[in-house]
Design a protein around this ligand. Sequence first.
Ligand SMILES: [Zn+2]
Ligand SMILES: [Zn+2]
Length: 226
Amino acid sequence: MVYDFHTHTSLSDGDLSPIEMVRRAVVNGYSTIALTDHAAVGDMQRIIPEIIQVCSMARNYWKILAIPGIELTHVPAQAIAETAKKAKDLGAWIVVVHGETIVEPVEKGTNLAALNSPHVDILAHPGLLTPEEAKLAAEKNIFLEISARKGHSLTNGHVAKLALKAGVRLLVDSDAHTDGDLLTDDFASAVARGAGLEDTACNQVLKGNPDSLAKKIISRYLATSI
Ligand SMILES: [Zn+2]
Ligand SMILES: [Zn+2]
């Protein structure tokens, strides 16, 4: 079973419509997919309601936990907390923050701002994560991402090393922008191993951690309807 909490659709810069992305995920053996299109502020009002409807339809008719989310991308660091709250108020079940990847000029301070926001669930591709940031992620119970995406994945080994030392929970996400980017069991496992994770850690990152996040989301948003 594949879990993936970070994907993009035609609502931002992905190739596929949201429902086709979920359909392709079902065919790839996914148990869980979060649709997390890029947004900053005004665009959240457009994107989140559409994603909510698509995810609801997919959950009703297909065997997949489709999660409406958002990826706050290039939001000024000082505005991340208020924007993350707004995303949750608009109905996002999961908020990912586009972290300080080394391949884009993400504002310095973005990682820290994300880790200090109670409305952020995942800090994606945090780049040259510091030991202080890793410690904060562990304290705040925010997941850090091992990325399957080209470029962002350059610092996976560094992130994994610091995260393991600090006791942070890691996830492998595709950051898919097209169907060919979606994970399979084998590819997710290869990405985790490529980050330097050994057997026990791989199992935790590929099954234990995503399962606990999925369960948290189910109990928060779906417990009364299942
Ligand atoms: Zn991103
Ligand atoms: Zn992304």
